[in-house]
Design a binder for this molecule. Sequence first.
Ligand SMILES: Cc1cc2nc3c(=O)[nH]c(=O)nc-3n(C[C@H](O)[C@H](O)[C@H](O)COP(=O)(O)OP(=O)(O)OC[C@H]3O[C@@H](n4cnc5c(N)ncnc54)[C@H](O)[C@@H]3O)c2cc1C
Length: 531
Amino acid sequence: MLQPIQMRDIKVKDIIIVGGGTSGWMAAIFLLKREVYNVTVIESKKIPTIGVGESTQPAVSSFLDFTGYQQTEWMPRCKATYKTGVMFDGWNPDNQFLVDSESAAFSILDTTEYGSYGTHDAAIATGMTAKDWSNWFPSYRLAMSNLSPKMGKERLNYLNGHTAAPPNAVQWDNVAVIDFLKQECIKLGVTHIVGSVVDANLDKEGYVKELILEDQIENISGDLYIDCSGFNSVLFDLIYQCPWHSVQEFLPTNNAIAIRKKYTNPQQECHPYTKSTAMNSGWMWTIPTYDDLAYGYVYCDKYIDKDDAEKEIRTKINEWDSPAFHVPFQAGTRETISVKNVYAVGLSAGFLEPLEATNLAFTAITIGNLGKLLYETQNMYNESMGSHISRMFSMAVDEIASFIYMHYRMAPKNDTQFWKEIKERPIPDKILPMYNAIKDAPLSQKIFHDMMVKDMPGFRFVEPNAPIFAAGHWWQLMKGFGHYEHLKGQYSDDFIKYSKMVLDVHSSRMDGVLKTFPNHYDFLTEWYESI
Ligand SMILES: Cc1cc2nc3c(=O)[nH]c(=O)nc-3n(C[C@H](O)[C@H](O)[C@H](O)COP(=O)(O)OP(=O)(O)OC[C@H]3O[C@@H](n4cnc5c(N)ncnc54)[C@H](O)[C@@H]3O)c2cc1C
C-alpha cells in the first residue's frame, strides 16, 4: 500500500530572502508589514540586479496599496509615470492600437434574457473597423493626446463612472523602485546582509538548515527561504537542481538590449503608455519613466546577431552615445516554485518575456499568495501549501504564455523571416483550445474565465487568482490586429441602434475629458515638485 507522504509543518517566524532585486525587496516589505516575522535579505554585491526601466500591471500598484503605501507616497520616489496600456505600433501595418491596463472595455447593457453586452458587442454590431475602434476607444484617445489619466489634487480618474476606480498601472525606474523598497524595509527593521550565497546545508530530509555565504564565518538559518536571486536562482538551481521548463519553441525571443535616452521634449515624449514597436526580429519597448526614456529591443538571436540588433535599435531611436545593456534570457519557468522549505519568487521562478510587462505582476501575485496562505494557516507552512501556490503560479504562466503567443501568431506583420516563422511554428497543445476558441469570435468574460481558471480548487479560503488579463484585453488585441470584422450580422436592429447611442455618449464624454485633463508630464511635474 502507498504510504502517505510525510510532510513537515513548519512554524514560520524567521524568513530568509536571497536576492536584493525588485522581487527580494517586494517580498521583504510585504512580510515585514505583517509584523510577525523576522525578515533577512541577503544580497550579493557581485551580481547586479536587472535594472531596465519597467512597465507594470495594475496588480503591482494594488500590491503596494495592499502593503500600506499610497500612490502619493511611492510614485514620486519610484520616478513613476501612469500607464494606460500598451500601444502596438507596426504589428498591424494598417492600424496602431492600444491594449489597455484598466479594462476600459466596459459592459454597456444588461438584458433579462441574454446576459450582458460590452462595448465590443457595440463595436461589432455597428460595423467598426479596427481603425474606427482605435479612434473611438477612450484609453487610446487619452494616450494619443498625451494626457494624464488623473487630474487635480484628488487625482480624479478619467474612468470613474464606468468601473470601480481601477488601480492605475505605472511605468517606473527599477533602480529607484529598489531604493524605495529597501529604505522602507530598513525602517521596518529588516536584517540586511551583503554577501553571496554559495551553498546550503540540508538536513536528512532535504530541507534547508542554513545558507553558506562566501567569505563569511557565520551561516544564516531560518524557517522559510525565499529564492529571489534572479536568473542565478541559487537555491532552486544550484541546491535543488529544479528543472527549468523552456517555452522557447513557441516564444523564441531570447535577448534584450536596453538603452536609456534623455528627454528632449518631455511633454510630448513622456507618454502615458508603453509603446511596443515591431522590429525585424522581435519588438522594441519604449517606456517613459519620469526622468528619461527607456528603450529595449527584444529579439531572437537565430535571426539577428547582437551587433546588428544594437545597430537596428540605435538607428530606430537615434541614440549613439548611451551605453547598451545586453540581457540574454531563456523564456520558461521552474517545474515548481516550492521545494521543501524554499519558495521561488521573481526571475528565479520564471520569465516569459517582457511583452505585456507581466513579471512584476507575477511577483506581486506569488508573494501575495504566500502571505494569504500563511495568514490562513496561522503561519504554518508545508509542502502541500507550497505545491498549491505553485499550481496557481503555473496557471498564471499558462495564461500569459497564451496571451503573448497570440500577439505574435495573430499579428498581420509578416515581412521578415522572424515574423513568418513564428506563425508557422506548431501551436502548443496547451494553447490550442484558447486559440480555437478566440480566433474567429470574442469570448464572453464568463466563458473566458472558466477556460482560464480550470480545475483549480481554492486552498482553505484562498481562491485561485483571477486571470491577469480579462476577455476584454484579448478582444482589444484581436480587434487591433483587424480580426472579427465579419461578425456584424448576429445583432438585432434594436441593439445596433442602442449601440450607436451608447458609443456616441461615451465618445462625447471623452471629448470632455480630452478638453479637461492635463498633459501627463505637466501633471506629474506639478505633483512631484510640490513635495
Ligand atoms: C529584458 C527584461 C525586461 C523586463 N521588463 C519587464 C517589464 O517591463 N515589466 C515587468 O514586470 N518585468 C519585466 N522584467 C522582469 C523584471 O525585470 C524582474 O521581474 C524584476 O526585475 C525582478 O527581478 P528579480 O528581483 O527576480 O531578479 P534580479 O533583479 O536579477 O535580482 C537578483 C538579486 O539576487 C542577488 N543574487 C543573485 N545570486 C545571489 C547569491 N548567490 N547570493 C546572494 N544574492 C544573490 C543579486 O545580487 C540581485 O540582488 C524584465 C526582465 C528582463 C530580463
